[in-house]
Design a protein around this ligand. Structure first.
Ligand code: ADP
Ligand code: 5GP
Length: 202
């Protein structure tokens, strides 16, 4: 299918986009398409994590890779907007990301798990919440395995966590948009349409 050729421009609604969904569902694939097709419009919130980098992941670009001690110290200084444990590692969104994106005139994208979503909601920061769902649990497992980044133990932890993420997403009113990532291009169009729709009056 031909790529979308929408010209890059800020969406009418510039609130932070919080994207969540089970590990391996395709969140990164989807928002990276958004970044590629709308250059200079969005910025990824670079989280801190205690997990090890995967091949190709760059410190400061995909994550800030920190030691458990550094993470604990940042957390105790109140340096995180939210932080959580996932699959035996810690992940956190630095507090500065929302203001920095606003100052840079960009829309910030937070890729965070469920506990982080709850915490961001509790802060009162105005944001839009997108949940990405797999077409089936079997397909999720295929993608997670197919990505080739996780050991068996990590795959099992992520699949267990996926069930909780999916249950939470069933709670009415938690997310503004739920997208089933079946066909990538179709799901991308749905994300792009949501991102670019005008802000509804409260
Ligand atoms: P997440 O960021 O949610 O952990 P990724 O974006 O890393 O997930 O995607 C996990 C794997 O699934 C990758 O190998 C990616 O290429 C693949 N993938 C993503 N979307 C689709 C899709 N719609 N159909 C098939 N495979 C997909
Ligand atoms: P991964 O190890 O696959 O990069 O990420 C695992 C999970 O951690 C994903 O669900 C991702 O959304 C989540 N995650 C990444 N960064 C953060 C963060 O800063 N805070 C929270 N709460 N979750 C995060």
């Amino acid at each position: 299918m031909a790529p979308t050729t929408t010209p890059s421009s800020l969406p009418p609604d510039t609130r932070p986009l919080v994207i969540s969904g089970p590990s391996g569902v395709g969140k990164g694939t989807l928002y990276n398409l958004l970044f590629t097709r709308h250059p200079s419009t969005f910025v990824l919130s670079v989280s801190c994590t205690t997990r090890s980098p995967r091949p190709g992941e760059v410190d400061g670009v995909h994550y800030r890779f920190v030691t458990p001690e550094q993470f604990a110290s940042l957390a105790s200084e109140g340096g995180f907007l939210e932080h959580a444990q996932f699959g035996g590692n810690r992940y956190g969104t630095p507090k500065s990301v929302v203001e920095e994106a606003r100052d840079a005139g960009k829309v910030v994208v937070l890729d965070i798990e469920m506990e982080g979503v709850k915490q961001v909601k509790a802060t009162g920061v105005e944001a839009r919440y997108v949940f990405v769902k797999p077409p089936s649990e079997e397909e999720l497992e295929r993608r997670l395995r197919g990505r080739g980044t996780e050991k068996e133990e990590s795959i099992q932890k992520r699949l267990r966590q996926a069930k909780l993420e999916l249950e939470y997403a069933d709670t009415p009113g938690v997310h503004d948009k739920i997208i089933v990532n079946d066909d990538l291009e179709r799901a991308y169009k749905e994300l792009e349409e949501f991102v670019y729709k005008p802000r509804e009056e409260a």
